[in-house]
Design a protein around this ligand. Structure first.
Ligand SMILES: [Zn+2]
Ligand SMILES: [Zn+2]
Ligand SMILES: [Zn+2]
Ligand SMILES: [Zn+2]
Ligand SMILES: [Zn+2]
Ligand SMILES: [Zn+2]
Ligand SMILES: [Zn+2]
Length: 1739
């Protein structure tokens, strides 16, 4: 009865709402959703999908919405703007964080919020999101200041108070939404967690007959590759490659996809095949055969969750209701709420389902303050189980519910609450420790037996450390008692973890033979690296509370004593005595027993100890500390062993232990680990030394360094020296030990050890980096330990220590140390590696010499904190004095081997440090105080070490003038002087301050110094000379050829200059003219060139040995005004004779300018080919050049080349004796010739061959068929042919075919195009037309032009004549009748580029002229007449396309002659074409346009005739500018009247019919009416697209860019074409296209349409420029975006704001316009072979 009602009404009335809704769903869901999910490929499927979507909306979702009372929109208004942004990030979307205000680096803003926030003016960080996560705008805990942007600032602050938003809802809405939400959520959870394949949850069984349809569902895993899946699918379900790709893409994206639909058996078959064929290497792909109704319900469940997500956006109240429903405990009690069920089943769900419900969680629970907390508790309670599931799951963490930890744990209040209530810290650490089960007998981690599976798990378990880091991000502002307890519990658990690491991976020195297998070491270091931050954070937490610090210290100490329980191990202690002191220690030798680098418990204790000193807890509450329990001997033991190990490795004692040990030592010191490794070991030695008798400390150090006997009996050493060959080894150990002592006493820059601030430590670090050399910002950042949560502090000190030097067009900005800071340089800085040390020493020595400063003396190291105060006593203890005495004693003997310079240097440094300490104490003490530091008096006492002959002081005095110690002389002198000063001070005993000036010295010392200086300088000079000589000879070897050529060149230039001056003296020769009978130049200048291969000199002659120029020829669209004109299929008969003025594709030729004999080159090229064949047999792979396509590298400069241009002699001088026929005569003759030839050719092609091939006379003076083509030797002819073929092959992309009539056209074409592009460059760069090109380009154009004027000789003459005739019909006035068919064949004047026409006509005319019996003399007149005709045609062309365009002011006053004539001509054109042309009476504007448009044509023509006729240019054209002088000079150089209109005006009667014909071509009207491509003049030069100043705009654009092929999906690698601005979906299967039979990526495909094979792209997400050439070549190029420190950021790793550097962008643009991209790629690939292996075509 109620079933007639629409569902909502029915539902309102019913008793059991759930049953009703389920009934409805059971009926409709399987009927509507029958697509099985996933993407539709074909149009029909798409339509089907649309229908399905509509039904879904109408029948399923709409009833749900109706059920809620109307007025949802009203609710939204009432709710006010949400205080949180919560925008969920898409993959690749830009995110912003503030380095100054973010609570931690995970706090980010979306672009909208960022732009409206205060942080845009702060130092911000920009990254691209990996997807997931949301905008933290509005979260007060995420930001120290400015938590909300303008859009999310709460309207009124009162709303902040916690008010239940549900109470604002109307009661009916509350009730109904509550019930419908719980039904829908229940439904969705049931289905998503459903595990049966063939059954449905209760209540959802379809009411009618169950259909027998199934899906074969394929699931995603992270094990199989795309290729494997695609291959398997093709086999299993018999689909095409394309379908398989689509399936695989969907599986990867959504996590599952049905690959087959049908009955059960049909699907089972497919499943069996898939499982079988993927189970071989790994576990098989997961496949399920599922009933179609189940799949339909699952699809709808996802839609329903999406719907819920939308509905709750309407109001905070609805959101909270959903939260309540989700967290309401279910009937099964614990863990039975719907949200719990989802979380606990997370690892069983497919990717798409997880994404949908994670998104819903983010939109609901995480957006509600109250429920976020409740959810966090549920999450923490389930933490262990979720993590365990995640370990077994093979999906990325990104799609795991565990990844939500970042949203919860990074909120400090939540984290602390969870710590207190759920004991979170301990849970995380316990879970972590439990996952690493492999232990050795002592319970330590053991990674070396890991299987691949365990290693994989080890990788996943590391995310737990990340969680721990989140929890610890910010230390609490206040501690509660509970928090203290829980933190200390956690700390204790953490100590358990560290105890498992203490002593892991121990090593034993290998003697005799090398280790067989490198032991595993990386896992342990990975763990150490990951934990480094945690350890630091633990200490930070401890430092904020006295009680916690003291308790933690106690716990740590007891953990350490447990670890070290067995250390002395009941062995008999041994007794050591030195310098009257005795100490007991136990027997242990690093070189013989086990030693481990991993000592985290010791190091944590060292850190805490320093904190005790820093926080002054130690001095205030000593009674609470177990300081008495400390045994300093035990404390220093393990760290000391570790440091000795390093020293022994340096000394070469552990060579047989292989690289694994070297790597471990490297990381021990590396910036990533050293804070909690090396630094802490040093600190521990400082702790121990400050608590021990310094003599005892030193004796133990000596003993562990295995050097005790060396010093305890100095004569022993002599004996030892004789017996032992490893003296060098021992010397290194002594050096290392002395260095260690220097560091123990001298390193006082850690707050707590010395009286310094944190920033002093950072400053010292930076300063010492910059002492090595100036560095870029990123290098400095890398040199500082990265904390992750905090800034390194670099920013706060950098400007005080360094000055910034901006980068140029290449390179990066650098910081340079300010000179005043170099005084703080400490050679023994503890973070210097040996290499750093010597580099820094060298750099600082040079610097001081430059500034004429004294030698360095160590600076004072600042004051120690009181806990470490006794450290200084090390400097004056008897043991050290004995040690110093021994070294000085050895140094008396000059003979090598017994001691080393660095050893002595270190001892002197220690002495100097002690003296400075004493001086410092004297200065700061009051008059009455007694200074206990008495080094200066101690060193006057004779040494107590055996066989020491005198006191340290006496030894120093005796060494002062030792000739073999010249280098140390300054230092010794300084020390002695210092001793004297201190003595005087002490004697004076008054409090008056004593200043010891380091600068003043006695006279003789100055002289000594000068002498030493001179000697050192001489030595340096000698070294430098040697280096330069070596470089020179190297250079000579490489470039001798080039030098020769340069020499040659300059000689020629000199000659030319000489002749030029001669000429200018001749009064008769005034004008420079390049064309026509009056042209000057082309003299019989001899051209001498040298072959770079055989070094022989050769004259260039037509009949001589052929010489060639290495050249690279390529297609180009740089000048294109129309990229949409596709390049026609090469097979098609493309007619290249008429170049369209849009210049859509041209052929460009470039050369490196290196000349070879043709024969030499051929031999070279054959060798290259053979080498390549041999190489290919061995290994298949690419080279940077493609030999099969004729590519090679220039043998001299390795420039990419693919052909050679033959060198031809200069043109002959014009014969001034012949008369110059006037235009009319010449026209008549040419017409006759053309008509005669046309006639003959037609007759020939009709089969009537001319008798005997001889001449046919058609009318008087004209003969056909005569030729004179023997002006070249066969060698030259062959090279002409070679280049012609290359131009043909590349230009048309066809196979070589000498018979093709188009061959000569392509040669002319590349000449014309290359000249045209050169002219554009010169014009845009405002360079003079002549004289500014680099030599190589000048040589290239010159030989190219001369070649093209001769290339017709290589083609059949008839072909060339035919070309001329066709060109003539367009450009020449036809006075004799010609067939209409040929007339129609001619294109319209608007479809022809006039410069190409000019070049082709001039060059093909030669074939006609060869008929002329008057010989070659009248050819110049013809060229001039052709130039005139084409110029007129261009004038007409320009006027026809003239557009009124922008309105500019009319010129006042008289019209000039040009303007009047232009108007007249325009009037004539209007007479012909009528209304097609606008009515313009303003001559000034017309003329201005004509002039601007014709100028490029004239300039290019001038270049052309200049090179063709070798005519020297007038001085005006050698200067830059476009002024009137230029115009005049240009016209006169071209033998044209400077009023160009006169060309027409003076020959009106002759030209009028021609103009008539041009205008009346049907094409003209058509084009003017918009029926074709209309190119207007002047043509503007092409530029690369404009890029935004701020890089984030690009990122944002790219993030909203969707793949054009896969319906709305985000593109993974959006890539911007810099030429046309097109955004592409690169490096992805979806956008591959087939080009010439191969699948290529979007970039490669795009280069073929946009750049004729050359492409320039910006990979937006990587911030990287990509150059591509063809299918196999490419390289990366630095992007034009720089950060404020003048550095690029490839991969956006640093995230500094990036801004456009226009100079760099211009550089890229110039590269492109110069056609230099292919060359850059070639060089890059030669320099870096890995670039060759990249599959560029898939980008
Ligand atoms: Zn936002
Ligand atoms: Zn906002
Ligand atoms: Zn900020
Ligand atoms: Zn040669
Ligand atoms: Zn070269
Ligand atoms: Zn493009
Ligand atoms: Zn795509």
């Amino acid at each position: 009865m109620t079933s007639d009602l629409p569902p909502p009404q029915r539902w309102l009335a019913c008793a059991d709402l759930q049953q009703e809704v389920y009934c409805h769903l059971a009926e409709y869901v399987p009927r509507i959703l029958c697509q099985g999910g996933g993407m539709a490929e074909h149009r029909e499927e798409q339509r089907e999908e649309q229908r399905e979507e509509l039904a879904l909306q109408l029948l399923l979702l709409a009833p749900l919405e109706w059920f809620l009372p109307a007025g949802l929109a009203l609710l939204q208004q009432g709710g006010g703007a949400a205080a949180l942004c919560g925008h969920v990030f898409k993959v690749g979307e830009p995110t912003y964080s503030c380095r100054e205000c973010a609570a931690d680096p995970t706090c980010v803003l979306c672009m909208q919020c960022f732009l409206a926030s205060a942080h845009r003016h702060h130092r911000y960080r920009m990254t691209t999101s990996g997807g997931g996560g949301f905008c933290d705008c509005g979260d007060a805990e995420a930001w120290k200041t400015g938590p909300s942007c303008q859009n999310h600032t709460p309207a009124d602050q009162n709303r902040e108070t916690e008010e239940d938003p549900v109470s604002l809802l109307p009661p009916a809405v509350e009730e109904r939404s509550c019930s419908i939400f719980s039904i829908i959520l229940q439904y969705a959870v049931d289905l998503l967690t459903w595990e049966q394949e063939d059954q449905l949850p209760a209540g959802l069984e379809p009411p009618r007959q169950r259909s027998d349809s199934y899906y074969c569902m394929l699931f995603n895993d992270e094990v199989h590759t795309y290729e494997q899946v695609i291959y398997t699918l093709q086999k299993a379900v018999n689909c095409s490659q394309k379908e398989a790709v689509s399936f695989a893409t969907t599986v990867d994206r959504d996590g599952r996809k049905s690959v087959r639909f049908g009955d059960h058996q049909f699907c089972e078959q497919a499943k069996a095949v898939i499982v079988r064929s993927t189970s071989r290497q790994s576990k098989p792909l997961r496949v399920q055969v599922m009933h179609s109704a189940l799949v339909a319900h699952q699809c709808f469940a996802l839609k329903a969750l999406g719907w819920l997500g939308q509905i709750i956006q309407y109001s905070d109240g609805l959101r909270r209701i959903l939260c309540q429903v989700g967290l309401r405990p279910g009937p099964e009690g614990e863990n039975s709420s719907l949200v719990d069920r989802l979380m606990l089943n997370d690892s069983k769900m497919w990717k798409g389902a997880r994404n949908v419900y994670h998104q819903l969680l983010m939109n609901s629970l995480l957006m509600d303050r109250k429920f976020k907390k409740l959810f966090a508790i549920r999450f923490a309670k389930n933490y262990r189980r979720l993590q365990t599931d995640f370990m077994e799951d093979d999906h990325d963490r990104l799609v795991s519910v565990t990844a939500l930890s970042v949203q919860l744990f990074t909120v400090p209040t939540l984290a602390r609450m969870l710590m207190v209530e759920e004991n979170l810290m301990m849970t995380i650490i316990r879970t972590f420790v439990d996952q690493l089960r492999h232990r050795d007998a002592q319970g330590r981690f053991q990674f070396d037996r890991y299987t691949a599976q365990q290693a994989f798990k080890f990788g996943r378990v590391q995310s737990l450390i990340g969680d721990l880091k989140y929890v610890l991000i910010s230390p609490p502002p206040q501690w509660s008692q509970q928090l203290r307890t829980k933190f200390l519990d956690g700390f204790e658990t953490f100590l358990d973890l560290l105890r498992c690491m203490q002593g892991m991976d121990p090593v034993v020195r290998q003697v005799g033979q090398h280790i067989e297998m490198e032991p595993e070491w990386e896992a342990a270091f990975t763990l150490q690296m990951k934990l480094t931050h945690i350890i630091t954070m633990m200490q930070e937490w401890c430092s904020t509370d006295e009680h916690v610090l003291i308790e933690a210290y106690k716990k740590c100490l007891s953990a350490l004593s447990q670890c070290q329980g067995g250390l002395p191990d009941g062995e008999q202690p041994i007794s050591l005595s030195l310098a009257g002191h005795t100490v007991d220690t136990f027997r242990y030798q690093v070189s013989q027993e086990k030693v481990s680098i991993h000592l985290p418990v010791c190091r944590l204790l060292a850190g805490l100890h320093v904190l005790l000193s820093k926080t002054e807890v130690a001095s205030r509450l000593p009674e609470q500390l177990p300081l008495g329990e400390l045994s300093p001997h035990l404390l220093i033991e393990l760290p000391l062993r570790c440091l000795v190990l390093c020293a022994q490795v340096h000394a070469g004692m552990w060579r047989r232990n292989g690289f694994s040990l070297i790597n471990q030592i490297y990381y021990y010191h590396n910036v990533k680990c050293r804070v909690e490794m090396f630094d802490k070991d040093l600190a521990m030695l400082q702790v121990g030394a400050s608590m021990m008798d310094p003599n005892h400390f030193l004796m133990i150090v000596l003993s562990r360094f295995e050097l005790f006997h060396t010093f305890s009996a100095a004569d022993l050493r002599r004996r030892y020296r004789e017996a032992n060959k490893d003296l060098a080894q021992q010397n290194t150990l002594i050096e290392e030990m002395l260095h260690l002592i220097i560091m123990v006493v001298g390193e006082r820059y850690v707050p707590g050890v010395g009286q310094v601030e944190l920033l002093d430590e950072v400053r010292r670090e930076i300063l010492h980096q910059l002492c090595i050399r100036p560095m870029a910002h990123s290098e400095l950042v890398k040199a500082l330990p990265e904390n992750g949560n905090k800034e390194t502090g670099l920013e706060r000190v950098i400007d005080s220590v360094a000055s910034f030097r901006k980068p140029g067009v290449t390179g990066r900005g650098l910081y340079e140390l300010r000179p005043e800071w170099s005084k703080r340089f400490d050679l023994y800085f503890h973070h210097y590696s040996r290499a750093d040390q010597s580099k820094a020493e060298e750099a600082q020595r040079n610097l001081r010499r430059q500034n004429g400063e004294d030698t360095d003396s160590p600076g004072h190291h600042g004051n120690l904190c009181c806990l470490f105060g006794s450290l200084v006593n090390l400097l004056q203890c008897d043991a050290l004095l004995a040690l110093e005495g021994a070294v000085l004693q050895w140094a008396v003997e000059p003979s090598g081997g017994g001691w080393t310079e660095s050893m002595l240097q270190r001892v002197l440094h220690l002495v100097a440090m002690a003296l400075l300490e004493e001086q410092q104490q004297l200065e700061s003490s009051g008059a009455d105080e007694d200074v206990s530091f008495t080094f200066s008096t101690r060193i006057t006492r004779p040494g107590e070490a055996p066989s020491t002959s005198g006191s340290v002081l006496a030894l120093l005095e005796s060494l002062q003038n030792a000739p073999h110690l010249e280098v140390h002389k300054d230092m010794i002198t300084w020390i002695l002087k210092m001793v004297g000063n201190i003595k005087t001070t002490r004697e004076r005993t008054s409090g008056s301050s004593v200043s010891v000036s380091h600068g003043r010295r006695p006279e003789e010392s100055v002289r000594d110094k000068d002498k030493a200086e001179r000697k050192r300088k001489a030595e340096m000079a000698r070294l430098r000379r040697e280096k330069v000589m070596a470089q020179m000879s190297e250079m000579q070897k490489h470039f001798i050829n080039e030098n020769k050529e340069l020499f040659q060149q300059s000689m020629e230039d000199l000659e030319a200059a000489a002749t030029a001056t001669e000429h200018s003296l001749e009064p008769t020769c005034v004008a420079h003219i390049c064309v026509g009978p009056m042209r000057v130049g082309g003299a019989e200048r001899r051209q001498l060139v040298t072959c770079i291969l055989c070094q022989e000199e050769q004259e260039v002659r037509g009949h001589g040995r052929a010489m060639v120029l290495a050249a690279f020829i390529q297609r180009s669209t740089v000048l294109s005004k129309n990229r949409s004109r596709g390049i026609p299929d090469p097979a098609e008969r493309l007619d290249p004779l008429f170049m369209h003025p849009d210049l859509s594709v041209g052929v460009h030729t470039a050369s490196c300018g290196h000349i070879m004999h043709a024969t030499c080159w051929q031999r070279y090229f054959e060798a290259v080919q053979q080498k390549e064949q041999r190489r290919q047999q061995r290994l298949r792979g690419h080279t940077s050049y493609d030999v099969e396509n004729g590519e090679f590298l220039c043998p001299l400069c390795e420039c990419l080349s693919n052909t050679v241009i033959p060198l031809l002699p200069h043109a002959c001088s014009p014969d001034r004796s012949v008369e110059h026929p006037c235009l009319e005569t010449w026209l008549k003759r040419t017409n006759q010739q053309a008509a005669a030839l046309g006639f003959t050719h037609r007759k020939q092609s009709h089969g009537q061959s001319p008798a005997g091939g001889g001449a046919i006379s058609w009318c008087s003076g004209v003969q056909v068929g005569v030729c004179c083509r023997n002006s070249f030797s066969s060698g030259v002819g062959e090279m002409i042919n070679t280049f012609s073929m290359s131009a043909y092959k590349v230009g048309l992309k066809v196979n070589p075919n000498e018979q093709d009539p188009r061959v000569p056209v392509l040669s002319w074409s590349t000449c014309a195009y290359t000249l045209q592009s050169t002219e554009r460059l010169l014009m845009d760069e405002k360079k003079p037309l002549f004289g500014s090109l680099p030599c190589r380009q000048d040589d290239c154009l010159s030989s190219l032009t001369r070649f093209s004027s001769a290339c017709w000789t290589a083609a059949p003459i008839r072909t060339v004549q035919n070309h001329f005739i066709r060109l003539w019909f367009l450009s020449g006035p036809v006075l004799v009748p010609i067939p209409d068919s040929q007339l129609e064949d001619a294109p319209c004047i608007l479809d022809v580029d006039m410069f190409h026409l000019l070049v082709y006509s001039v060059l093909s005319y030669s074939s006609l002229h060869s008929l002329d019996q008057s010989g070659r003399r009248s050819v110049d007149s013809a060229h001039l007449h052709l130039l005139h005709l084409v110029t007129v045609a261009h004038l007409v062309q320009v006027l026809l396309t003239f557009t009124t365009g922008e309105l500019s002011m009319d010129q006042d006053g008289e019209e000039s002659e040009e303007e009047q004539l232009t108007c007249q001509l325009y009037g004539r054109l209007r007479d012909h074409l009528g209304r097609c042309l606008p009515d313009i009476s303003c001559g000034w504007r017309l003329w201005r346009c004509v002039r601007a448009s014709v100028l490029p044509f004239l300039r290019t023509a001038a270049l052309f005739f200049h090179y063709m006729n070798s005519a020297s240019p007038p001085a005006d054209l050698l200067a830059a500018g476009t002024g009137p002088g230029q115009w005049e000079a240009l016209c006169s150089y071209l033998s044209l009247p400077s009023n160009l209109l006169l060309l027409y005006q003076n020959q009106r009667t002759l030209l009028e019919p021609l103009i008539h014909r041009w205008c009346c071509h049907p094409g003209v009207g058509q084009v003017l009416h918009g029926g074709g491509v209309l190119v207007r003049f002047p043509r503007e030069s092409n530029r690369l697209i404009d890029l935004p100043e701020d890089y984030s705009i690009l990122i944002n654009q790219a993030s909203s860019f969707t793949c054009p092929r896969s319906g709305g999906d985000k593109s993974r690698a959006p890539t911007l074409c810099l030429v046309c601005g097109c955004m592409l979906c690169s490096q992805s299967y979806c956008c591959q296209t087939e080009v010439e039979g191969e699948d290529v990526g979007a970039c490669t495909a795009h280069t073929f349409t946009c750049g004729a094979g050359i492409g320039l792209f910006l990979r937006v997400r990587e911030s990287q420029v990509l150059f591509v050439a063809g299918k196999t070549k490419g390289c990366f190029y630095p992007p034009p975006y720089l950060d404020d420190y003048g550095e690029t950021d490839p991969g956006l790793k640093r995230g500094n704001p990036l801004h456009l550097c226009s100079e760099r962008y211009q550089k890229i643009e110039r590269l492109w316009r110069q056609h230099g991209i292919a060359e850059v790629i070639g060089h890059a690939q030669e320099a870096n072979q890995t670039l060759v292996a990249i599959d560029w075509q898939h980008l």
